[in-house]
Design a protein around this ligand. Structure first.
Ligand code: ATP
Length: 266
């Protein structure tokens, strides 16, 4: 599914949250939106998910303009919005609401196909053995993996994620992102995630959209996301650490050695 955003603008009274935002995410690509707090990342994702109306501009999926919220657009939230008292499996199954309806889910009468889908999704995020566990007894990282499984059960053709690992410690964030990317790659799912941790973004993203004050000021690949571009996106983070961290990792290659000091906190 190719995602194309064309001249998207969103105004809240006197505040322009998005200003003529345009970019394209190729089919099956893992794209990351970068930007400081207030840059417009959440507003963009909310519009793509149909939760917010743009003031002007258009969104296209495979060339077709999207005018309403679509059931095949999945969303992973920062605060995973799970039902604490339900098991991982039951939470994953709630991803079928959009197809089977709330009542049917409550009556536990989903088609076998959906039940299998929920188990498969839990397996993909490495939680099949914990399927019967209440999510309130799980770690934050495990809970977010359940959130990803639930989004997969929705059978999305486009997956959106708003700061999916912002509330996790660095090690859990790495684990969750590794599962997340592997899962979407296996399914060839076009994905757009907002991430504020630069090192995580560079490690897992394939395409980058840099935003500042509601405008897109960079679209490019990992190798094009140079230290000076990062400094433009994150105005105040002009530290030697950031520069050294990026150069040590090599802007063309892997960031395996990238230092934790490159982590950018808002
Ligand atoms: N419902 C709203 N009403 C008024 N202003 C809003 C609303 N939502 C967002 N804004 C404003 O729009 C701008 C962009 O906000 P947005 O939440 O999209 O940024 P962000 O990059 O996601 O930031 P953060 O990382 O802090 O969530 C900000 O100036 C914000 O105050």
């Amino acid at each position: 599914m190719v995602l194309r955003v064309q001249d998207l603008t969103k105004e809240y009274g006197d505040t322009t949250a998005l200003s003529n935002v345009s970019f394209e995410v190729p089919d099956g690509s893992f794209a990351v939106v970068l930007g400081e707090s207030g840059a417009g990342k959440s507003t963009l994702l909310r519009i793509l998910n149909g939760l917010t109306e743009p003031t002007s501009g258009s969104v296209y999926l495979d060339g077709q303009e999207v005018t309403n919220s679509r059931s095949d657009v999945g969303m992973v939230f920062q605060q995973h919005n799970l039902v604490d008292e339900l098991s991982a499996y039951d939470n994953a199954l709630t991803g079928t609401f959009n197809r089977t309806g709330f009542l049917r889910s409550l009556l536990n009468s989903q088609p076998t196909e959906d039940r299998e889908l929920a188990l498969e999704a839990l397996s993909t995020v490495g939680l099949l053995d914990e399927a019967d566990q209440k999510v309130s007894h799980m770690s934050g990282g495990q809970q977010q993996r359940v959130g990803i499984a639930r989004a997969l059960v929705q059978r999305p053709t486009l997956l959106l994620a708003d700061e999916p690992v912002a509330s996790l410690d660095p090690a859990s964030a790495e684990t969750v992102m590794a599962y997340f990317r592997e899962t979407v790659k296996k399914r060839d799912l076009t994905t757009l995630a907002s991430l504020h941790q630069v090192n995580i973004a560079r490690e897992f993203g394939e395409q980058f959209i840099g935003m500042k004050n509601g405008e897109v000021m960079f679209v490019g690949s990992r190798s094009e996301l140079t230290p000076s571009i990062l400094e433009e996106i994150y105005g105040e983070i002009q530290t030697e650490e950031l520069r050294e961290g990026t150069e040590a990792a090599g802007v063309n290659g892997s960031i395996q050695n990238e230092a934790a000091e490159m982590r950018t906190e808002r």
